[in-house]
Design a protein around this ligand. Structure first.
Ligand SMILES: [Zn+2]
Length: 169
């Protein structure tokens, strides 16, 4: 409990998700703040089932407001991955609200290992400072991004091929 009180700026009461509690321990302060901006978007969002294809389930995710854009997220129940094309994760390395919504919907209550970037963790940052080995960490990060991107592309492929390339429905 003490750990949570040390997180400046984010009152304990506002941490409603296990993701956030996990993130306070895991991420550097700046990354944590960015992450919480995403988790705070989860409650007003809606995840609507669209279709199942093998182990992939597609959802329509949007804020409950007709003017908001709607996104498609594909959840893979075997690999426990969720992907949305051009998602924040691919750019910043933290899971975005759309993907988190779908994880939550599927009772995946923690940030899974394959979505945690060493670069954004307290541990990763320590290494960078103490070893002065930023190059290696950057290389790992890039490799990880590429591998991830391939996975995401594969997961998104079926949906994209069934529909137009448009992001919104
Ligand atoms: Zn997203």
């Amino acid at each position: 409990m003490r750990d949570f009180t040390s997180t400046e700026g984010i009152p304990i009461m506002r941490m409603t998700f296990l993701y956030e509690k996990q993130a306070t321990k895991l991420y550097t302060h700046d990354v944590f703040r960015k992450f919480v901006e995403e988790t705070q978007k989860i409650p007003p969002m809606v995840a609507e089932f669209i279709e199942v294809e093998g182990s992939n389930t597609t959802y329509r995710v949007y804020k409950y407001d007709v003017n908001r854009p709607q996104y498609k997220v594909v959840f893979n129940e075997l690999e426990i991955t969720a992907a949305r094309t051009y998602c924040l994760y691919e750019h910043d390395g933290i899971l975005c609200a759309h993907v988190l919504k779908v994880f939550y919907y599927n009772s995946v209550m923690l940030i899974l290992k394959h979505y945690i970037m060493t670069r954004w963790t307290k541990e990763g940052n320590k290494e960078m400072v103490s070893d002065g080995d930023g190059v290696q960490i950057k290389a790992d990060y890039k490799e990880f991004q590429t591998a991830r991107y391939d996975d995401l592309s594969r997961a998104a492929f079926k949906v994209v091929s069934n529909r137009s390339n448009s992001e919104t429905l």
